[in-house]
Design a protein around this ligand. Structure first.
Ligand SMILES: *[C@@H]1O[C@H](CO)[C@@H](O)[C@H](O)[C@H]1NC(C)=O
Length: 211
């Protein structure tokens, strides 16, 4: 289990907003096609990078507190490993904040999200080992996971608003051309479980950008 991330989960208490801002108006028709210059794609990617950076800041800010608690209770099994993991984590956070190109931004958010999804699945795994279950219960990790999900749902709410606004500006021909996006949205919208919804959300980007 990724103990480091569990520590973060324990301490994420703040729910932040997507801060939905209107999709910028532009005359360029290129901004309404399914490519990397699409305005919904650009806006969403930037917001998602910011969301990930906030998530990272919150984790980092409270990390030392969580470590103290774990140390005090003798639950910190391998401090060196945790420190190394933390170093790695800080580096990816730096890289995320420095990412300028679409490719780099996508790569860095995907890396962070993969780790979060992996950790969340572990926490929710009914077949986890006893030690893991003990820690999850002792530190009320599930409660905090719920708070983390609320943080995501707040983000998705903002995204849905931007999406609706974008779609409302398309004419029938454009909608037909962008059915891949509309189909994706139907799926995404239906999904109510946070981890699965997040996996679907990540597919949004590949509609516009082929690696
Ligand atoms: C739909 O919008 C596109 C892009 O603005 C335009 O090129 C096209 O002529 C429009 N089609 C119809 C049927 O209005």
């Amino acid at each position: 289990m990724k103990v480091y991330f569990i520590n973060c989960l324990i301490l994420i208490l703040t729910v932040q907003n997507y801060l939905a801002s209107p999709v910028p108006d532009t005359d360029s028709t290129d901004k309404e096609q399914l490519n990397e210059h699409n305005k919904l794609f650009e806006l969403t990617l930037d917001k998602f990078v910011a969301f990930n950076a906030d998530l990272g800041e919150i984790c980092d800010e409270y990390r030392s507190k969580a470590f103290k608690e774990l140390e005090k209770n003798n639950d910190l099994k391998d401090k060196e490993l945790m420190d190394r993991e933390h170093e790695k984590y800080l580096k990816s956070l730096e890289k995320l904040k420095e990412a300028k190109t679409t490719e780099d931004k996508l790569m860095e958010v995907a890396k962070l999200q993969r780790e979060i999804i992996y950790s969340a699945k572990h926490v929710e795994d009914p077949n986890a080992d006893e030690e893991t279950k003990r820690l999850i219960e002792k530190y009320h990790v599930t409660d905090f996971l719920e708070k983390l999900y609320a943080f995501y749902f707040e983000f998705y709410k903002g995204f849905e608003e931007a999406y609706e606004e974008y779609i409302s500006e398309l004419n029938e021909t454009q909608k037909e051309e962008q059915k891949e996006l509309l189909k994706w949205h139907e799926d995404f919208h239906e999904e109510k479980k946070c981890v699965e919804k997040t996996e679907k959300f990540l597919q949004f980007f590949s509609i516009f950008y082929d690696e």
